[in-house]
Unconditional design. Structure first.
Length: 322
């Protein structure tokens, strides 16, 4: 859950493009090799960037929200997506595998404590990581909050968001026979994991297209077709995580574990008109977290690349340099 519609406008607000000073593949076990890069100041304040999806992958623009003279910027592609291998693989791929991968990256890079920056699913993962490894976290910067609850999944895949975008919802839902409309996540899973590459790609593009269509406040409801390889990884991983309730038991739910990060501070940026992750979720999170500051951004949606979202995130990261 983290798309890039409208990126051309947003990049004008960011720091200039930079190249990594370190790129590598990290063997995290279970047959998975994770792509990892570092940019900026090798001796700077470390910050790890958690991309959305699940399955979205990181992009060069994500390096540019941080002053490269001040921050040591760490990006990686989570299991199964981006440049990580094997591509689109869901075996040994769960929330808890990713939490362990993040901690392994921190240890391999010799970092004591770091900031954690994540949006959408990246915010979910950041919160779960912090609740598991609070001692490793300096500060959280979250955007477009998603807590992985059933009500949030019902909103997006049960027709709630479709009431605002009926034409986009029709494109997504009409691919599924009416007899399967009670559970679109399960219906798409049957096709995304069919073993037929052409069928998987067709439904992967529809899955990604539904989310892309709603990501930006500038959206017309029409999204271009995602590249087939990207769409297949994105859709398969996202569906896999959602079908498995993000691998969280009720006692592992984020709001049930806020005491574990009661001493961790955070900035939260939320688009007022976020159709994918409605603002109520961020509001609920802040009510349970006194050390978090919520910035509700007017005239912004879900996308990291919505210009007001990008501007606010750069502003926050610059202020945290002090």
């Amino acid at each position: 859950m983290d798309k890039v519609a409208g990126q051309k406008r947003a990049v004008q607000l960011l720091y200039p493009p930079i190249e990594p000073f370190d790129q590598r593949f990290l063997d995290v076990g279970d047959g998975h090799n994770v792509y990892l890069e570092q940019c900026g100041n090798p001796d700077g304040v470390p910050i790890v960037v958690l991309h959305g999806g699940p399955g979205g992958g990181c992009s060069p623009s994500m390096r540019r929200y941080f002053d490269p003279s001040h921050y040591r910027i760490i990006l990686f592609d989570q299991r199964g997506c981006g440049r990580s291998r094997p591509h689109a693989e869901v075996e040994y791929n769960s929330t808890w595998h990713l939490v362990a991968d993040i901690e392994q990256i921190r240890e391999v890079l010799g970092i004591d404590r770091w900031m954690v920056f994540g949006g959408s699913w990246g915010a979910t993962l950041a919160l779960i990581y912090a609740q598991t490894h609070a001692v490793s976290v300096l500060h959280l910067i979250l955007r477009g909050v998603f807590l992985g609850t059933q009500s949030e999944l019902d909103w997006f895949y049960g027709g709630g968001a479709g009431q605002f975008w009926p034409e986009a919802w029709a494109r997504f839902s009409n691919l599924i026979p009416e007899s399967e409309h009670e559970d679109f996540i399960a219906a798409y899973a049957a096709r995304l994991f069919s073993g037929d590459l052409m069928l998987e790609t067709r439904y992967a593009r529809a899955w990604a297209g539904w989310e892309n269509a709603l990501a930006s406040i500038e959206s017309t409801g029409i999204s271009g077709e995602s590249p087939s390889q990207y769409a297949r990884a994105f859709a398969r991983l996202e569906n896999h995580y959602f079908a498995n309730k993000l691998f969280l038991t009720p006692d592992q739910a984020i709001l049930n574990n806020m005491d574990k990060i009661s001493d961790v501070s955070a900035h939260i940026v939320q688009g007022r008109y976020d159709m994918i992750c409605p603002p109520q979720t961020a509001w609920r999170l802040v009510q349970a977290w006194p050390k978090a500051r919520l910035q509700m951004v007017a005239k912004a949606g879900h996308a990291l690349s919505d210009a007001p979202i990008s501007a606010e995130l750069v502003k926050i990261m610059d202020a945290l340099r002090v």
